[in-house]
Design a protein around this ligand. Structure first.
Ligand SMILES: NC(=O)c1ccc[n+]([C@@H]2O[C@H](COP(=O)([O-])OP(=O)(O)OC[C@H]3O[C@@H](n4cnc5c(N)ncnc54)[C@H](O)[C@@H]3O)[C@@H](O)[C@H]2O)c1
Length: 319
């Protein structure tokens, strides 16, 4: 029988997941969706056989749903992921999985109770061809041990409500996960500086310095109101050379020039990441990003919030 899938949250990200799910072969069936905003559901153009549930509780209670895709705002992830796991369902959850360590522990306790990893986290950079080519080069030893890195995360705009904490939990968390994966290290300390805007109070741009247990130092500039485009850069420097995402533009077909939005830059990665999750579920394995992996990126983000607030270098807890 086809795997039944339900989608919670039909905004920008949820609609991308839905399109990718509906394009899958007949090995899955999108059973239903929920979103409190009818306009968001109308914007999808759902096939008639996909149900619209009044809320996530109804969706999570449906017996034919085995995998739940969570793409609601981050502050709502925890309760739906917990309810899904309590009902024995598997979860693909957008980043950040949750926003506090306490919520995180509830999830890992449930996975421990069930005796397996049940959550796939949408850190899709790991599925992006340019990031994958960079990782392959690093793993081959082509440029020797890495001493440092210089990364950028730039967005044309963010909602008015965006806060310094969101900067860590929604934006830089991608870099924290990608760096851990690319370098196979843990991030030990974080320092944050920046320029505070007078109108919104948001610190933007922000400059993050990380140190790792591999002895590396990594600098990230964030600028999320740049007005010019979505611009993701990553250069890692080794003893015998350096590699940047731009080096793989030709072979991967992913332009290193600024994109209009995150949705265009990572369109392939979103599809590959959710396809990989479904392949895993069907094969009863987990090769994706687990909740335990996501916990490390969350720990760095939470330390980053403290670093923003205090102006100090903060040690990232071991969790
Ligand atoms: N991986 C990435 O690159 C990436 C990119 C963008 C967003 N995201 C993540 O995806 C998630 C959603 O972000 P978005 O940009 O789609 O936001 P969005 O605001 O466009 O969409 C969120 C949707 O959730 C709906 N919603 C609100 N309350 C709900 C509830 N109780 N139950 C069900 N739905 C509810 C809203 O009505 C809205 O349609 C966030 O966690 C965000 O961090 C990830």
């Amino acid at each position: 029988m086809a795997l039944g899938v339900g989608v919670i949250g039909c905004g920008a990200m949820g609609r991308i997941h839905l399109r990718n799910l509906l394009a899958r072969p007949a090995d899955i069936r999108v059973v239903g969706v929920c979103d409190p905003r009818p306009d968001q559901i109308a914007a999808i153009g759902l096939p008639a056989e996909v149900a619209v549930f009044p809320d996530s509780r109804e969706l999570l209670g449906h017996p034919e749903i085995g995998l739940v895709v969570v793409a609601s705002p981050a502050s709502l992830h925890s309760s739906d992921v917990v309810s899904a796991l309590e009902a024995g369902k598997l979860v693909y959850c957008e980043k950040p999985l949750v926003t506090s360590m306490e919520d995180h522990r509830r999830i890992t306790a449930l996975e421990t109770h069930h005796g397996r990893a049940m959550v796939w986290v949408g850190f899709m950079r790991r599925f992006d061809p340019a990031f994958q080519a960079l990782k392959a080069d690093l793993d081959s030893g082509a440029i020797g041990p890495i001493s440092h890195g210089i990364l950028s995360h730039r967005n044309p705009s963010v909602p008015e409500s965006f806060t310094d904490a969101d900067y860590m939990l929604e934006t830089f968390i991608h870099e924290f996960d990608a760096l851990r994966w690319l370098l196979d290290v843990e991030i030990e300390t974080i320092t944050v500086g920046g320029k505070r805007r007078t109108n919104s109070g948001l610190m933007d741009p922000q400059f993050v310095t990380l140190t790792t247990n591999g002895g590396q130092r990594v600098m990230i500039d964030g600028h999320i109101t740049n007005g010019y485009g979505y611009d993701i850069r990553c250069e890692l420097v080794g003893e015998r050379g350096s590699r940047s995402l731009v080096d793989y533009a030709e072979e991967t077909g992913i332009s290193a020039a600024p994109h209009a939005t995150w949705a265009t830059r990572f369109s392939g990665a979103y599809r590959t990441a959710i396809d990989a999750c479904i392949d895993d579920v069907l094969a009863q394995r987990h090769t994706g990003v687990t909740s335990r992996e996501a916990e490390r990126a969350l720990a760095v983000a939470l330390s980053g919030i403290e670093a923003q607030r205090t102006g100090r270098t903060v040690s990232v807890g071991v969790g």
